[in-house]
Design a protein around this ligand. Structure first.
Ligand code: HEC
Length: 273
């Protein structure tokens, strides 16, 4: 038989007497601590013990805190990509799309008659100077071309048909017959090639280059009725010429306030004529 150790027996007796409230001389003073030692004491130590186990187990669960390896230190200490950079990168595809589109040949309508005319003028600059300062042909600078042709229609006709056609038709003056400083008489300085036939320009290209001569080189203010009607970016006549829905032959019929350009040389007009 196993003997119950003396001290355990004693403790259980004390516990019983404490629970039953049995007065006992030797027991009484012990009671409070006995209560602690039995009822709660059995529980209380259990808790810390439990905690102890947990706290001991804790280090086992998550990996022990060890000093990071140099690689990890470098990784943690790396420069993070700032938010703005992320945003910038995120619009990169949009930029790429626009960049590629920008490489496509420009749409003529977007640049308008003046943008187009500056390019066409490469075919004229050998005789008139790259900035319209003149050469074999007349200068366009300082409003000279505007004095010769108060009306843009007369200039369009002259450029389209060229000097030989005027001479052949017996028409000496393509521009203003009362030109201040003297009328320009066809055949005086040389041959002006027909931009229409000789150079193979379309009516839209001729309008574009004439706009360039009047507004970029001649110095006319890019405003007013003529500019809006013929040379502005949203000139309806320019767009119609480009689209082929009108030509120099019939633009005066289709658009109001337009003088006849026609299909052959005609005498030029004065500012008020
Ligand atoms: C081969 C040389 C040559 C080329 C190229 C040339 N021109 Fe001329 N241009 C002349 C000559 C020469 C005259 C004067 C003709 C005359 O005296 O009959 C002239 C006259 C003119 C005039 C009249 C100016 C004035 O004040 O009387 C205009 C406008 C004009 N050219 C526009 C153009 C345009 C636009 C182009 C290009 C599409 C062009 N020219 C290309 C030689 C040229």
């Amino acid at each position: 038989m196993t003997e119950i150790p003396e001290h355990l027996l004693k403790r259980s007796q004390q516990a019983r007497s404490a629970a039953g409230g049995e007065p006992g001389a030797a027991v009484a003073p012990v009671t409070p601590s006995a209560a602690a030692a039995t009822g709660e004491a059995t529980v209380e130590p259990a808790e810390p013990a439990d905690k102890a186990v947990r706290t001991e187990a804790a280090p086992i669960g998550p990996p022990p805190v060890q000093p990071d390896s140099p690689v990890v230190v470098a990784y943690k200490g790396r420069r993070k990509i700032p938010v703005w950079a992320m945003l910038t990168l995120s619009i990169l595809p949009v930029w790429a799309f626009m960049y590629v589109r920008a490489l496509q040949p420009p749409i003529v309508e977007a640049s308008g008659p003046l943008g187009e005319g500056a390019k066409v003028f490469n075919q004229c600059s050998s005789c008139h100077g790259s900035s319209g300062e003149g050469g074999v042909g007349y200068a366009f600078k300082d409003g000279s071309v505007l004095v010769t042709f108060p009306h843009i229609e007369d200039q369009l006709r002259w450029v389209k048909f060229g000097s030989d056609a005027y001479i052949a038709a017996g028409i000496e003056i393509a521009g203003d017959p009362n030109r201040p400083g003297g009328a320009h008489v066809a055949g005086t300085t040389g041959v002006m090639p027909a931009a229409g036939l000789g150079l193979g320009l379309t009516d839209a290209e001729i309008l574009a280059v004439v706009c360039h001569e009047r507004y970029d080189l001649g110095g006319a203010a890019p405003a007013g009725v003529e500019y809006v009607k013929w040379c502005s970016e949203d000139s309806e006549i320019f767009l119609a010429l480009e689209a082929g829905t009108t030509t120099f032959a019939n633009v005066h019929v289709q658009f109001e306030g337009v003088m006849q350009i026609g299909e052959a040389p005609r005498a030029g007009t004065s500012a008020n004529g």
